[in-house]
Design a protein around this ligand. Structure first.
Ligand code: HEM
Length: 524
């Protein structure tokens, strides 16, 4: 009744009164809403995390979140969360997210697999990518423990079993070694000045040197190598534009992550479709003709999915997420590592010295040595991810949950933005905002800090982390041993693209960094 009366008053005043009066009425309705929502109601619910106030109902902080998420979250942490970093709330387009920036809350959230669900988010992403309801249902239906194929003693559904299959492929062991051998073989062949200039039309030979746009080059090289190592050579031969289409998609793929309405992300969806169609043509080729080239993971997942009755189109949509996860962060991490090496005097030489034992005279590369025995490389790896990772873990609340005394209500999201933790001076010191190549070398225990979360946490912690490190250390070491890397003319250190929400590691902003690769006399 009250709502109706207010509306009636507003309507009547619009008809009868002057514009000023209409404005005053609207302003007082709006002011009452704001005082009620952000001042009065919170007093009755002290256990609920405080909300960052906004001006426009429903839209909330949509603009701030899309235009500069880090700035918005920093504001919330500083002015709403307070010194104890209590959880706070941000609303965007009617969706309420609890933001966690205290490592204790974060640890507890990652441990809570009962009421904080990752799978609801994954299912929504599957639907946005084009999976039908029937495919989502089949992927989430528990399977028998006596089924053929990959062992399933806990009756998991295939969506959950795929984590075990990932681990089998990507954790240290025989399958990871196979990937390492394929990757080092690929870089051995393609990371050569003449070959680069011949194969990559956007590079230019200058005498014996080759000039490259660094971000484009790292993206193209690592995606091509990753694709071939995981899916075999024939995929690239059959689909020569796949890498280009993927990079086009990946630059705007955060629109998918935020589940934009289709009319606002047509370019991203078109690029996504091209990738799926290319993968579909690949999976249409009889399995026996591809099996020797596919990794254990691809072979096993395809077999499992076919057993569920999925066709090549269904499989291509699900494998597209694998292709995406495999390639999206590696290319950006390699870029930032090389950019820091180029801009830090003496760093390249120290890395060459440290890694030279991994190279043998017969041309083989001991990639396990690179991952496990090179402390400076290890420190740069952690520091690059600490400073450049800007994604967030996202969970859905399936019931009301107490988190260290605060009540998080069912139906909303929990978000753990990594940068708010990685730039915490309490955890990493007053220079936390700076890149220090030897930070983790001087203080190795930092890599166990609960504030270091670039791979997420809990049962969904990135299963690709060992492979990612192996991949990146191979690429960086081979590049440094083959070339001196110099800036092609003075250029400022690239800025990170903080404005767009990110899936992991931030891209760089502005013109690409032009770098000259000068072949070195091989010392190995
Ligand atoms: C520097 C490189 C990488 C970074 C920074 C990274 C980061 C992440 C993050 C933050 C998550 C979400 C974890 C969570 O919210 O709990 C994740 C999940 C995942 N990542 Fe990575 N990742 C990287 C490389 C890779 C690679 C190379 C692969 C595969 C070859 C991969 C496969 C996956 C998969 C399959 C998941 C989902 C896990 C699940 O559903 O349980 N990642 N990654």
């Amino acid at each position: 009744m009250l709502g109706y009366d207010i509306l009636e008053t507003v309507r009547a005043s619009f008809e009868n009164r002057s514009g000023l009066l209409q404005f005053c009425i609207l302003a007082s309705v709006w002011l009452s809403w704001r005082i009620l929502k952000f001042t009065i109601i919170p007093r009755f619910y002290p256990q609920d995390p405080k909300e960052v106030p906004y001006w426009i109902p429903y839209f909330g902080h949509a603009y701030g979140f899309l235009s500069h998420p880090h700035r918005l979250l920093t504001y919330g942490r500083q002015y709403i969360a307070g010194p104890n970093r209590e959880p706070f709330v941000i609303t965007t387009l009617g969706v309420k997210s609890y933001i966690l920036t205290n490592p204790k809350d974060v640890g507890e959230a990652y441990r809570n697999t009962e009421s904080l669900s990752f799978d609801i988010y994954l299912q929504a992403t599957m639907r946005t990518l084009g999976s039908t309801e029937s495919v989502v249902k089949r992927m989430y239906t528990p399977l028998s423990d006596t089924k053929s194929g990959f062992p399933n003693p806990q009756n998991k559904c295939l969506a959950l079993l795929s984590r075990d299959i990932h681990i089998h492929q990507l954790f240290p062991g025989e399958n990871l070694k196979i990937l390492g051998t394929k990757l080092s073989g690929w870089f051995d062949k393609h990371l050569v000045a003449d070959v680069i200039a011949e194969e990559r039309s956007y590079t230019a030979l200058r005498g014996n040197d080759v000039v490259i746009p660094l971000m484009k080059f790292c993206s193209d090289m690592t995606t091509s190598a990753g694709q071939e190592a995981f899916f075999g050579k024939k995929l690239g031969q059959r689909e020569p534009n796949l890498v280009r289409d993927f990079l086009e998609f990946d630059d705007i793929s955060w629109q998918l992550l935020l589940q934009y309405p289709p009319m606002f992300c047509r370019d991203m969806l078109a690029a996504k479709d091209k990738i799926c169609h290319a993968l579909q043509r690949h999976f249409d080729v009889p399995m026996e003709e591809r099996a020797s080239e596919d990794t254990f993971f691809v072979r096993t997942m395809e077999t499992e999915m076919r057993q569920l009755g999925l066709n090549s189109e269904d499989i291509s949509i699900l494998m597209m997420t694998v292709y995406w996860g495999l390639n999206t962060n590696i290319r950006r991490t390699v870029f930032w590592v090389l950019a820091h090496v180029i801009y830090t005097p003496g760093l390249a030489e120290k890395l060459r010295e440290e890694t030279k034992q991994a190279f043998s005279n017969d041309g083989t590369l001991d990639f396990a040595y690179l991952s496990n025995n090179c402390e400076l490389m290890d420190s740069i790896w952690h520091e690059t991810l600490r400073t450049a990772a800007s994604a967030a873990s996202i969970r859905f609340l399936t019931r009301d949950t107490d988190l260290n005394g605060k009540l998080l209500r069912k139906g909303n999201r929990v978000m753990i933005p990594f940068r708010q933790l990685h730039y915490d001076k309490g955890a990493f010191g007053d220079d936390a905002h700076e890149f220090k190549a030897d930070r983790f070398l001087k203080n190795p225990s930092l890599n166990r800090s609960p504030s270091l979360r670039y791979f997420g946490g809990g049962s969904t912690m990135c299963p690709g982390r060992h492979m990612a490190k192996q991949f990146i250390t191979i690429f960086v070491s081979v590049a440094l041993h083959r070339f001196d890397l110099e800036l092609e003319g003075p250029q400022p250190f690239p800025l990170a693209q903080e404005e767009s929400p990110s899936l992991g590691v931030m891209a760089s902003m502005g013109p690409d960094l032009m770098v000259r690769l000068k072949p070195r006399k091989l010392d190995i």
